[in-house]
Ligand binder design. Structure first.
Ligand SMILES: Cc1cc2nc3c(=O)[nH]c(=O)nc-3n(C[C@H](O)[C@H](O)[C@H](O)COP(=O)(O)OP(=O)(O)OC[C@H]3O[C@@H](n4cnc5c(N)ncnc54)[C@H](O)[C@@H]3O)c2cc1C
Length: 590
């Protein structure tokens, strides 16, 4: 249901109804706009769906007047009283001229009118993740180059800034934040290097508190040895052990990721906007890395199969939520880098940095506001409809000169009209992943999991799962049980130390599935999270969705077809904002 609410400019409809159109930062909605709007909603809504207002404003046109249908416009109606007004006005004008001539001051009459205040361009940014925050930042930076002010509205469905790395709910009631992989603080540390975020933080004077999680992260490798990663932080004995097990695999795997990292940072620092994803791929020679499978690439770099199976496979599953075989060279490179080095680098409070970036970009930030509808109003305007998430009630309509859609885009989920988004949805293929955490004073049953009894339990990631657990229809469903790597101390709930596990699955796990691996016992605590927009399927591809989805409707999302990372998203947001400003600057309609 659409209803209008907000400030500014009520319009009467034919039935005597009145809707208020949300004012767009000092922009007066023209009769044409109002008419089109009314037409849209007359067509779109049944009478009951349009919110009724009782007041009416006689100064504004009725529906018929606004649309030109039915009655003639008020401005064209002739009044018989016009001579009474016209003649005294002429008299007054002549008197003023004579007075001014006598007082030798003609300037009071012919004084040039003050220039009307320029009307700001109004840009909507949908999504306050890395791409949205960097879009806003770049828009504000470039606004100075326009000869008119710019106003930016950022819509964010969640109650916090930060994007995909911020969970909707706190999930994990344990003492150690590091054990909650989706908490903003810990998740940010996983970033490829946080180069873009770090750079922006420095530039804005935003304190960026680095984390070093490495000391806390332990991996069980090869069953019997515990190695501290990243390798650079490992003790000499662990490092030698790893060298013995895998040769120079970890160094080589990291090197593949380093190439990706440097490529991203180079792209990030680029100043000239890039018009299409294809152009980006061409200019940076990314075609090769995208068109090749990651496993081949690792092999080509001398990364051992054992290392891939024992270390990288689990790491990729956690980071990407998908099988290694599905990943292209670039995506796997990022994963490999993260597995070995990423965590030691500049982790930090990504979310508070993004918040500060938005703050300093002077935006109208609307948290807990979900966009669910668009309409291309005319050649220069978009209507964006938003509401409180989870409600099906009233929406608010705002009008914009351009829209940046900085969020995963599912055309089917939106109500839209008069637009043909050029995004074939199949190009970016997201796979929903279910994450189940559970805690238990007892360890999972090795036999039930088919774990080799010769190995001490638990292996870091266990691919074999009980037959009784649900599988995806593809049969091979990626389901893993991951030991969180440390004994967790429960908060006030439950006594003593308990083991914490994470299960990543394509299918939701219910409570009754868990006793299957706990020797029939139920876990002491279960937490669930569904990641609808986990990493997209990054299999090699040669076609990319465009950065411009419609006229004056841009999306940094296309970059996910190359690689889903904070760095690239930040670049994509920045790039798209530059395209927006270039496009708006061409306009001279007001
Ligand atoms: C589990 C997981 C782990 C990851 N780990 C890493 C990592 O270690 N390193 C790394 O570099 N990258 C990592 N990523 C990827 C990284 O999170 C993404 O690349 C990045 O967040 C994408 O940024 P974005 O701004 O494009 O989109 P998002 O982060 O998805 O932000 C989009 C925002 O838009 C909002 N939104 C969506 N729809 C609407 C709507 N209709 N109306 C209003 N708001 C809306 C969302 O709530 C969200 O806040 C990980 C991703 C996941 C899922």
């Amino acid at each position: 249901m659409f209803t209008f609410s907000g400030s500014a400019h009520p319009v009467n409809s034919a039935a005597g109804r009145q809707v208020a159109i949300v004012g767009c930062a000092n922009r007066t909605i023209t009769t044409f706009d109002a008419a089109t709007l009314l037409e849209f909603f007359h067509e779109q809504s049944s009478p009951n769906e349009v919110k009724m207002y009782t007041e009416s404003d006689p100064l504004l046109p009725t529906y018929e007047q606004a649309t030109g249908k039915g009655q003639r416009r008020r401005s064209r109606q002739c009044s018989p009283v016009w001579p009474l007004v016209l003649f005294p006005s002429i008299g007054l004008f002549v008197t003023l001229i004579l007075l001014s001539v006598f007082s030798n001051d003609l300037s009071t009459i012919f004084k040039p009118k003050p220039k009307p205040k320029p009307i700001p361009y109004h840009v909507a940014v949908i999504g306050a993740g890395p791409a949205g925050a960097f879009s806003a930042r770049q828009l504000r930076r470039l606004a100075g180059k326009l000869d008119k002010p710019l106003s930016i509205t950022v819509f964010e469905r969640k109650s916090a800034v930060g994007g995909r790395l911020v969970p909707d709910l706190p999930l994990y009631p344990f003492d150690d934040a590091l054990q909650q992989p989706l908490l903003p603080e810990s998740a940010s540390a996983l970033s490829l290097s946080n180069g873009a975020i770090l750079e922006a933080a420095r530039e804005h004077g935003i304190p960026f508190r680095p984390h070093d999680h490495s000391e806390k992260i332990f991996y069980n490798i090869k069953g019997s040895s515990e190695l501290t990663r990243p390798s650079s932080k490992a003790s000499l004995s662990s490092w030698l052990w790893e060298l013995w097990c895998f040769g120079f695999s970890s160094k080589n795997a990291k090197a593949v990721g380093n190439t990706a990292k440097n490529q991203f940072l180079q792209i990030y620092r680029e100043t000239a906007p890039i018009n299409s994803t294809q152009e980006l791929v061409r200019r940076h020679g990314l075609g090769y890395v995208l068109a090749n499978g990651g496993l081949q690439a690792l092999e080509g770099h001398g990364v051992s199969r054992d290392y891939v199976e024992d270390v990288l496979r689990g790491e990729i599953a956690i980071q990407y939520g998908q099988n290694m075989e599905a990943l292209n060279n670039l995506a796997l490179g990022i994963g490999a880098y993260n597995a070995d080095e990423g965590r030691s680098l500049q982790g930090g409070s990504m979310t508070s940095t993004l918040e500060a970036i938005l703050d300093s970009s002077d935006v109208d930030l609307r948290l807990s506001t979900e966009v669910y509808g668009f309409r291309k109003l005319n050649a220069t305007k978009w209507l964006v409809v938003s509401r409180q998430p989870g409600t099906s009630g009233e929406g608010t309509i705002d009008m914009f000169d351009g829209v940046i859609f900085a969020a995963p885009f599912f055309p089917d989920e939106f109500e839209y009209r008069d637009t043909t988004f050029q995004t074939p949805p199949q190009i970016i293929d997201y796979k929903t992943r279910h994450v189940t955490w559970f805690a238990s004073p007892v360890q999972p049953d090795r036999d039930a999991l088919g774990v080799n009894v010769a190995k001490p339990f638990p292996d870091r990631a266990i691919m074999k799962i009980p037959d009784s657990w649900p599988h995806s229809s593809t049969g091979q469903g990626l389901i893993e049980v991951l030991d969180m790597g440390a004994i967790a101390q429960r908060n006030s709930e439950g006594p003593g130390s308990q083991h914490a596990y994470r299960v990543l699955s394509e299918v939701r796990l219910e409570d009754e599935h868990l006793p299957a691996i706990l020797g029939g016992m139920s876990p002491s605590w279960v937490g669930r999270h569904e990641i609808k927009t986990a990493y997209p399927n990054l299999s090699p591809r040669s076609a990319f969705p465009p950065m411009v989805l419609d006229d004056r409707f841009w999306s940094p999302l296309s970059i996910e077809a190359i690689g889903s990372s904070v760095e690239l998203s930040a670049w994509a947001g920045k790039n798209v904002a530059s395209l927006v400003v270039t496009e708006l600057a061409k306009r001279s309609d007001d």
